[in-house]
Structure formats: C-alpha cells, structure tokens
Design a protein around this ligand. Structure first.
Ligand SMILES: [Zn+2]
Length: 425
C-alpha cells in the first residue's frame, strides 16, 4: 500500500493523503481511475474499416478484443445493463428494450418512469459496488443508472437527455475531474448513441458509418486530451465498449409472419406498441401452452431465415429467461432479415428508411461488439480472443481494486484481459 500511495501523496496536497491509514479490507490503490465510454452500435470491426486515430491509439497502447459477444438479445438496454452488472439478462431482468413482465402484467415504459423504477433493474451495477467501497462514481446516461439499488445511486447521475450535444457531454465529464480529489470520481461513465443512430438509417459499410465513427473518435480524443491536460491520463484506465454490432437490412428481406401463423392467443410484445408492426429481428411471444404449441408447429420450415424456439428449445448461450419476462415462444430471424406483418405501414419513412438492425443471435459475427482498454492495468498491444460482455464488470472491479459482487463473468477471462494486473484489495 505504501509503495503505491506515496508517490501520489508527494504529488498532491497533504490533505489528499489525510484518509490514510485505510480501514482493513478497503482498496488501497487510491490512484486508479476508470473512465468507461459507451459507443452504441460500434461493430467489432469498425476500427479496421475506418480511420479512427484516437481509438486506434488506445488499442495500440492497450487491449483490443478480437470481438466482444453481446448478451442475447443483442439490443441496447439489455447489453448496457449487462456491461454494468456483469449479469446475463436471466439475472438482471432487462430482457429487451421494452420488456413485458407477464407475472406482474407490467410493460416497461420510459414515459411511465420505468428507467427510474428498480422493479425492472435487478443486480448490482458497478457504480454501486464502487460507491459502497468508497469509490466515488459519476455517470452520464448509462442505462440503469437512473434507478436506485437498495436505495443507493452513483454520486452523480443524470436522467437521459437524448438531444444533449455530444460536446457538452465531454465538457461535463471533464469538469468532474476539475473538482478537488475527494469530490472527483474514480469511476466515470459516459454514453454516446451516435453510431447506432446513424447506422439504423444508413447501415454498416456506408460512408455515413465512417463519418459517425470519425465523430465518436473525435469525442474520445477530446476526453483523452482533457484527462492528459489535467495530469490524470497515466492513472486512468480508459475502457471503450459497445453494446452490439449492426447488420445491413433491406425491405427486400422481409418475413411476413402472419402469412405463416396468426399467433392466435399469444401476446407479442413487439406488436403491442401504438404505431403498428415494426421491422423486427425477433418477436417475444407470451401465452398458454396450447397457443405456443400451435404457433410453434405452424412456424416449422416456413421460411429459410426464420426459427421459432419454445422455452425448452433455446440455445444455452442465450441466458435471457428471467422469470416472467423470458418469452414463451421466441421467433428469430437470421441476421440481415426482418420480421413484420402484412399490415405494416411500409410507406412510413421510419420503416422504409431502416438500413441497419441488431437484436439477432448474440454469437452472430455481425452482432460482435467493441472492447478496448488502455491504462495501467492493461497489457500493451494485446488482442484477446472473443469474450462475453458480462466480464467487463470484473475488469472494472479489477482496475479499481474493488471486491466484486457475484456475476456471470469468468475470473479467468478477466485475468486474460487484464494480464492479472489487478491491484491488491
Ligand atoms: Zn445499441
């Protein structure tokens, strides 16, 4: 402990060292900072296809995974919350972007306050683990951060504002680090939707994707430069994650589900909104066994790019059967295909303009997500094989010297990512 803490004490005002000695069991690596940057929809291979000098520089001096597997389904809410908790959806409960809970007859709804309602968010997010071990955490827009965990929140969190300019987010994050040491976060997280938003409209492999990657690269560069200007870069572990990849889609690849089954007696979450059927990678259907069996039989071998799964048929790598929220029948398209109904309003530009989609099998290559880690705990220039995103919680706990909560991650994988460089607890 002395060896690690003393240099910082000499470098800082004596007041910053006044917390010594630490109570037993508390982390002793007072220097380490983690800044996690969430880049929605950044495919695992985007960095290979586009010029992104700031992200590439982080990869060069740290770890870049060959690919990171999202959890199933490869949707945004599901995955950002698995990144935060280290849990599969079967344990954290956020099984889609708008889960239906058939035990409680409740529908997740942002307009009705579900992002703030702990009913929907099980599991201990990393910012709670940190705060409870006296590691201050500031969060800008991470999914799950608006809901309390046993009454606790991060020290700083914000209700989501989709239209908050990205540069303002950077400015605010950097302002956190202008505070005195004891008011500064040691864990910070910030979210940018940009690549996902652009790719849903333009699709991957388009010039628009390249421009979106350049824009988030610029924002990452500004964050890194801001930390460097404050003399904090060397002690900061920067972690770049995305939630999922993206597959190109087209109105030429639609599966009209009602031409094969009327799904009679089943509640289909994706068809329950106010705007009619959308263009979906999957349908989550709920109902009695006889209705499930009828629809399951009707959907056998009806389309080469469609598969229906009963609860007992689901592949073991999915892990999303949270009690009451896992579907009774899960109807899944192959990547690049979309499920809809013949009454969908395809003249609606929101539907006709869809060029990128995700939510497909989480091990499908195109759903692969990005992981980059650079900083004191990360070995330089390594490219670990693909791993699941439920290990990121453990990586952060390692970097901050925290005692982790129980997760679905694998300590051996965390060791492979970090090179076993975790500071001692
Ligand atoms: Zn997303």
């Amino acid at each position: 402990m002395i060896r690690r803490v003393l240099p910082a004490c000499f470098a800082l005002l004596l007041a910053a060292c006044s917390h010594l000695p630490l109570p037993a069991g508390q982390n002793d690596d007072e220097d380490a900072i983690v800044l996690m940057i969430g880049l929605d929809g950044l495919r695992y291979d985007a960095l290979d296809r586009w010029n992104a000098p700031n992200l590439q520089a982080l990869a060069d001096r740290g770890v870049r995974a060959e690919r990171m597997h999202p959890v199933m389904p490869s949707k945004t809410f599901v995955n950002f919350y698995s990144l935060a908790t280290g849990l599969y959806p079967e344990h954290h409960g956020m099984v889609s972007n708008s889960p239906w809970d058939q035990h409680h007859h409740r529908h997740f709804s942002a307009r009705e306050g579900s992002p703030q309602d702990p009913f929907w968010w099980d599991g201990e997010p990393i910012w709670i683990t940190a705060e409870r071990q006296d590691v201050r955490s500031h969060i800008m827009f991470w999914l799950g951060s608006e809901a309390p965990f046993d009454g606790d929140y991060a020290s700083v969190w914000h209700p989501y504002q989709h239209d908050m300019p990205y540069d303002d987010r950077v400015t605010e994050v950097l302002s956190w680090f202008d505070a005195p040491e004891d008011e500064r976060p040691r864990f910070g997280a910030v979210y940018f939707d940009h690549v996902d938003t652009v790719e849903h409209r333009a699709g991957p492999f388009t010039p628009e994707e390249g421009e979106a990657v350049a824009e988030v690269d610029r924002l990452v560069g500004n964050l890194v430069a801001g930390l460097e200007a404050r003399g904090l870069l060397e002690r900061t572990n920067i972690i770049i994650v995305s939630d999922h990849g993206m597959a190109p889609v087209s109105l030429d690849r639609l599966i009209m589900i009602d031409e094969h089954s009327d799904l009679d007696g089943l509640f289909v979450e994706e068809f329950s909104g106010n705007y009619g059927p959308g263009l979906e990678p999957f349908l989550m259907a709920y109902g009695a066994d006889d209705a499930v069996e009828r629809a399951y039989a009707e959907l056998q071998n009806v389309h080469p790019h469609l598969t229906a799964y009963r609860r007992q048929d689901m592949p073991s790598h999915w892990h999303f059967d949270y009690p009451g929220r896992g579907p009774d029948l899960f109807i899944l398209a192959d990547p690049e295909w979309l499920i809809t109904r013949t009454d969908a309003d395809l003249s609606n530009p929101y539907l006709s303009g869809l060029r990128g989609q995700h939510g497909y099998d989480n091990h499908a290559e195109q759903m692969g997500a990005t992981f980059i880690g650079a900083g004191p705990i990360f070995p330089q220039g390594t490219r670990p094989d693909a791993f699941e995103n439920v290990n990121v919680y453990g990586v952060i706990a390692c970097a901050l010297g925290l005692e982790p909560a129980e997760t679905d991650g694998d300590p051996a994988v965390v060791e492979r990512i970090t090179g076993g460089n975790c500071p001692a607890n």
